[in-house]
Design a protein around this ligand. Structure first.
Ligand SMILES: Cc1ncc(COP(=O)(O)O)c(C=O)c1O
Length: 377
């Protein structure tokens, strides 16, 4: 097999993997498209008939450089900025959590505005404090992060406005993004789940491990004019400009994770792009929210008063008791659905239904919810 020419661009074989797989509702690392896994598995063993696998290629060699170029260009194209020289696509390490720190380290001068939509925005606010003033311009903490705060205004001289567009733990989503000249967004849990126009943002970032690939790589799209703001004493390894200059190869990048991103970008394009991915995600989320609304005496949706603020990626809800929650999860598992337990600090149930989750998985979950409520309600 090694060294044999493999048809890397040929249509993929029938999805044997897909047939045997469970519906994995985990929040991240999360379910990935079977086609992406199969193509990546083949490349892991033998990349394009080279006799070595993609994870064994030098990050300084021409093959990996071509992977990087294609990943950057496909990412730009999916995010509405094909060929746009004003933005860099960076593949970084240290998780989205590292960017909670490196964003203020690079770009906060004096103060920055933060919208506190949930646990992830809160962590970013705490990480910013050593670098200046983090103005919390709006917060839904008092109502348990059950909504996107409204009625807030940006501070005129703040360095940037920071938002988390989809709160993975609390299950909220900012439907209509605010306009701001320096908008910074954590899009980790909805990256490429709906159309994005990167030109609305100064910086977008997200950990790959939800919608885009395996853990270990963060995708950041950065508007180049921001680099002028970076203080001179920021060490290169934490500097967005240094990573951009080195085309994400300042040190050894997570090459295989980047390859999987590329396979996912190709897969998204084969799905018809972000508009069709979004339409499918809307249908999937509706299947589950419909049951929550029909059975609201039994299930309590975290985001109940403001349906327009509901995440289409992470549907969070509670059952009347912990005992019922435990049984709901166990019976779901027996029906082939795993990873449904809520985040460790909030409990309950969380269905993460990223791009790779088929509609049939959401339909099965909706059926399970109806059946369970009928018997136990
Ligand atoms: C919205 C959001 N931001 C940031 C993070 C942190 O990502 P990481 O674990 O890659 O640092 C997560 C993790 O789940 C997340 O959901």
């Amino acid at each position: 097999m090694m060294g044999a020419a493999m048809a890397h661009d040929a249509p993929l074989a029938p999805q044997t993997l897909a047939e045997d797989r469970l519906y994995n509702f985990a929040a991240g690392p999360a379910m990935l498209p079977a086609e992406v896994l199969e193509a990546s598995a083949r490349a892991l063993v033998d990349y394009r008939g080279m006799g070595i696998g993609v994870a064994e290629l030098s990050h300084r060699g021409p093959e990996f450089d071509a992977i990087l170029d294609e990943a950057i260009e496909r990412c730009k194209s999916l995010c509405g900025i094909p060929g746009n020289p004003d933005y860099d696509v960076l593949f970084l390490q240290g998780g989205a959590t590292q960017l909670f720190t490196t964003i203020p380290m690079n770009f906060l001068q004096g103060s920055a505005d933060y919208l506190e939509t949930g646990e992830w925005a809160k962590k970013a606010i705490e990480a910013a404090r050593p670098y200046g003033t983090a103005n919390v311009v709006g917060s839904s903490a008092v109502t348990g992060y059950d909504r996107v705060p409204d009625g807030w205004t940006a501070t005129p001289d703040a360095s940037y406005l920071y938002v988390c567009t989809n709160e993975t733990i609390n299950g909220t989503r900012i439907g209509h993004l605010p306009h701001h000249p320096t908008l910074v967004a954590d899009v980790s849990s909805e990256f490429m789940a709906r159309p994005i126009d990167a030109r609305q943002f100064a910086l977008i970032f997200g950990g790959a491990q939800k919608n885009l690939g395996p853990a270990g790589v963060v995708v950041a799209i950065v508007r180049r004019d921001l680099y002028a703001r970076i203080p001179k004493d920021v060490p290169p390894i934490f500097s967005f400009a240094a990573h951009a200059k080195a085309k994400s190869c300042l040190n050894t990048p997570p090459t295989f994770a980047i390859y999987m991103l590329l396979e996912t970008f190709r897969w998204i394009e084969r799905q018809g792009g972000l508009a069709s991915v979004e339409a499918r995600n809307e249908r999937k989320a509706t299947l589950i929210y419909d049951v929550l609304d029909e059975q609201s005496d039994f299930y309590r949706a975290t985001v109940h008063d403001r349906p327009e603020n509901r995440s289409r990626m992470n549907v969070t809800f509670h059952l009347p008791t912990q005992e019922l929650t435990g049984r709901f999860l166990a019976e779901a598992e027996a029906r082939g659905m795993v990873g449904l337990q809520g985040y460790r600090t909030v409990g309950g149930v969380r269905a993460s239904i990223y791009n790779a989750m088929p509609e049939a998985g959401c339909a099965l979950l909706a059926e399970h919810m109806r059946d369970f409520a009928e018997i136990n309600g």
